[in-house]
Design a protein around this ligand. Structure first.
Ligand code: AVJ
Length: 328
């Protein structure tokens, strides 16, 4: 019964692409939001990035899910309602659902209806005994979940890929707090995080020799030109990704290759030659940094699994216990 899954539509506010771009170009330094990378072509290019030899996160996370599946299942417990934030290629979801003990239901949460339907249908075909209950919503807000027909023991939020690292710290705390709400009192969350390591390894991952990441970054301009009628010249900008050590993150910019003027919605924005426009950040975590982050959202780490090189990690989070009664 594929193609006819009941979608719970929470009517997420549609993206204001033009407004976001105008605000970003008016800022100093200029910026464009990374969430607009993922149009059809952008999603294809991201899949291609995950197959580049330099891009280690996807390969390691898949291997971790395979190697640690039994331990993850034991820590998570039986009869989970698995809730995935966003929908990737489905490879990670498949490994997780295969490993878990009697998962009851699977809910992908997505803001794009086409991506939601595609991933929900695929999973529904592959996992006959797991009830698929897709929700069209913005996962950065708390999401009320549809009830599976068979009672679930608890919710497991799955947020792989170190996608958390694309949000600022402030946004990450808000997202994790919303996740804490969504998972409910007895729930948990399994998060994939890219770890701090030799900067040369990290920089290579965002500057692959085949130029796929550069094409991915530049596709943002093509996508905006098509969707909001801007005239960002694809040959006027170049992909730059560098690791900022103090902050432990990759910062990706588009460098203006010449002095130029860009028009969006009748408004003109001047670029100097060499000017850097911020388009993405990708946080790399130490244990201390990640633990402080989740603590600010009322969560704590209960299990941690790294690959043998400590390049990438999975963390299982739970809600902090309510504060003990204050002494009289
Ligand atoms: C979407 C978070 C998995 O930041 O590593 C990959 C996006 N950007 N190469 C990341 C990305 C450039 C990616 N994630």
């Amino acid at each position: 019964m594929s193609g006819d899954l009941p979608i719970t539509d929470l009517h997420p506010t549609p993206d204001d692409i033009a407004g976001d771009v105008l605000r970003g170009l008016a800022a100093t330094p200029k910026r464009l939001p990374s969430k607009y990378f993922y149009d059809r072509r952008g999603s294809e290019l991201f899949e291609a990035i995950t197959r580049q030899p330099e891009y280690y996160p996807t390969r390691i996370e898949l291997a971790l899910l395979e190697a640690r599946g039994t331990q993850v299942a034991a820590a998570v417990g039986p009869r989970a309602h698995v809730v995935e934030y966003g929908s990737g290629s489905g490879r990670k979801t498949r490994l997780l659902l295969d490993a878990l003990d009697d998962p009851v239901a699977y809910t992908p949460i997505e803001i794009s209806r086409s991506a939601l339907t595609a991933s929900a249908d695929r999973l529904d075909r592959e996992f006959g005994d797991v009830e698929v209950l897709p929700v069209l919503a913005d996962f950065t807000c708390p999401v009320p979940l549809p009830a599976p027909s068979r009672a679930a023991g608890h919710v497991l939020v799955f947020f792989p890929g170190s996608t958390l690292g694309n949000f600022t710290r402030e946004e990450s705390v808000r997202l994790l707090a919303a996740m804490r709400d969504t998972m409910g009192e007895r729930g948990s969350a399994l998060i994939g995080i890219d770890l701090e390591k030799d900067p040369a390894v990290i920089e290579a991952a965002y500057n692959d020799a085949a130029g796929v990441t550069a094409a991915f970054t530049l596709n943002l301009l093509a996508r905006l030109n098509r969707d909001i009628g801007s005239d960002l010249a694809l040959d006027g900008f170049a992909h730059r990704a560098r690791y900022v050590r103090d902050e432990g993150r990759i910062v990706t910019t588009l460098e203006s290759l010449r002095q130029q003027v860009v028009t969006v919605d009748g408004r003109r924005f001047a670029f100097a030659a060499g000017e850097q426009m911020h388009v993405e950040q990708s946080q790399k975590y130490s244990d201390a940094r990640f633990e402080a982050l989740v603590r600010d959202a009322g969560l704590h780490v209960v299990e941690r699994w790294n690959d043998p090189l400590d390049w990438f990690g999975l963390r299982l989070l739970r809600r902090d216990p309510p504060p003990a009664n204050p002494p009289p």
